[in-house]
Write a protein that binds this ligand. Structure first.
Ligand code: SUG
Length: 420
């Protein structure tokens, strides 16, 4: 049966705060801090457990091999001889933010009746630009069934950040939807990561109906305030769009188009007067998972949203009743948050039949226990980003990764799948 499946990226053993993402205020302000990879991975696993307890179907994406020695070889260097910056870029655990793995269009929206996935090139940030070959290998394995079509990256120079800049609304579960691609234009103080041509390419490849596809510009004010992806200022699920007043460049135009295409749409706007852009971004109110549970629409927010007085006041006033947010769940993912990744960043949503997915990429509580045991045993407790060159640390990270793949029955999954 077709259902929503959230694939969370498992936080890799090299999780660290090297401050690599300009425009991502959490990451740049925490640059140089000590990270806690073991705690980070356990927080992510606890979030997945909580999702299972809500009755949701849960999947995983694997941490990538770090350091990425193949990438360094393509740059004609090796980990031992690379500069500290290249070492940090080769060591980043950024593949954990699965919302940036790919853009996904469910079968109901695609001309050929298959669910399409386009791996994101993430080319704007050096440390993320080398994720796609390993992500693609995982997607080709997890979604090998003919029910899916998995595409390679959009060619350079068109930056693509995947589902973080894409939303989907539909009148009811299982119905064809309206797909909304949110692009960015350069000119502000921070990089614009989602090129409009990348969004248009993904829509064409997926065979989306142009009459049911919107391309909208993210507001430059939001990017300048630190919203480096649309999913930091807006989230959608089924009939509901929850967005900050300053999420889109042409807010009235976006709402009018949505209402025209889908009269059932419920637009919940958070006004600047109640929650400033700064509060929205610091708390990650919008980087929430908006999911449908037996109790109705549920918003899964990070603990930082509860810690922000203005945001919590807004949530308290708008939850419950018969409204579009029946329930609010709070999860603690502070290790990921400190690098700018909230609950929604950590997951890639796929609407599909779980029976068509490689079962090694799906989890139940027992499988999560097995992963947690590997993390407890092998993940470093802390990493000081100034120590990324330490050969003992590098060996520990590689051993930890091998141990996880072995536990999941996925050792050597890249063999014969390597690209680049
Ligand atoms: O691309 N942080 C990620 C956070 C991604 C969040 N994803 C979504 N909003 N969907 C990024 O900026 C920080 C890594 C570092 O600085 O080491 C980082 O890459």
């Amino acid at each position: 049966m077709v259902t929503e499946i959230n694939f969370d990226g498992i936080v890799g053993p090299s999780h660290n705060y090297a401050g690599l993402s300009a425009g991502n205020l959490a990451a740049t302000s925490n640059a140089g801090q000590l990270s806690h990879p073991r705690a980070a991975a356990l927080e992510g696993l606890a979030k997945m457990r909580a999702n299972l307890a809500l009755g949701l179907t849960q999947g995983i994406l694997l941490p990538h091999r770090r350091p990425d020695r193949d990438w360094l070889a393509r740059l004609a260097t090796s980990y031992d001889t690379a500069s500290p910056l290249l070492q940090a870029q080769a060591m980043s655990a950024s593949a954990m933010w699965a919302a940036n793995a790919a853009t996904v269009s469910p079968a109901m929206d695609c001309a050929d009746g298959r669910c399409h996935l386009s791996v994101a090139n993430l080319m704007t940030m050096a440390h993320r630009s080398h994720e796609w070959p390993e992500t693609l290998a995982q997607l080709r394995l997890a979604f090998a069934d003919p029910a899916f079509a998995v595409h390679g990256p959009v060619p350079a120079p068109f930056g693509d950040e995947g589902a973080a800049n894409h939303m989907r609304l539909c009148p009811e579960h299982g119905a064809p939807g309206i797909e909304v691609f949110v692009y960015t234009l350069p000119g502000g103080p921070f990089p614009a990561r989602q090129h409009p041509e990348a969004s248009a390419t993904v829509a064409r490849r997926h065979g989306l109906d142009p009459a049911r596809t919107l391309f909208v510009e993210q507001s430059p004010a939001a990017i300048a305030a630190g919203a480096f992806h649309n999913d930091v200022v807006a989230v959608a699920n089924e009939r509901v769009l929850l967005a900050h007043e300053q999420a889109f460049a042409d807010r009235d135009g976006v709402y009018a188009e949505l209402r025209r295409l889908m009269p059932e749409v419920e637009i919940v706007e958070v006004p600047t007067a109640e929650v400033s852009l700064a509060d929205a971004i610091a708390s990650y109110l919008f980087n929430a998972q908006l999911v449908t549970t037996a109790d109705g629409p549920t918003l899964i927010v990070p603990a930082e949203a509860r810690g922000n007085a203005a945001v919590w006041r807004w949530l308290e006033r708008h939850r419950g009743g018969n409204g579009p947010i029946r329930r609010v769940e709070v999860v603690d993912v502070k290790q990921s948050m400190a690098n700018g990744g909230g609950p929604a960043c950590l997951r890639l949503r796929v609407v599909a039949d779980p029976a068509t997915i490689d079962p090694r990429f799906l989890v139940d509580p027992a499988r999560l226990d097995r992963i947690a045991a590997v993390v407890q045993r092998w993940w470093p407790e802390t990493i000081d980003p100034r120590m990324l060159g330490d050969p003992t640390l590098v060996a520990a990270i590689e051993t930890a990764h091998d141990a996880l793949l072995a536990a999941l029955g996925l050792s050597g999954y890249l063999t014969g799948n390597q690209i680049g």
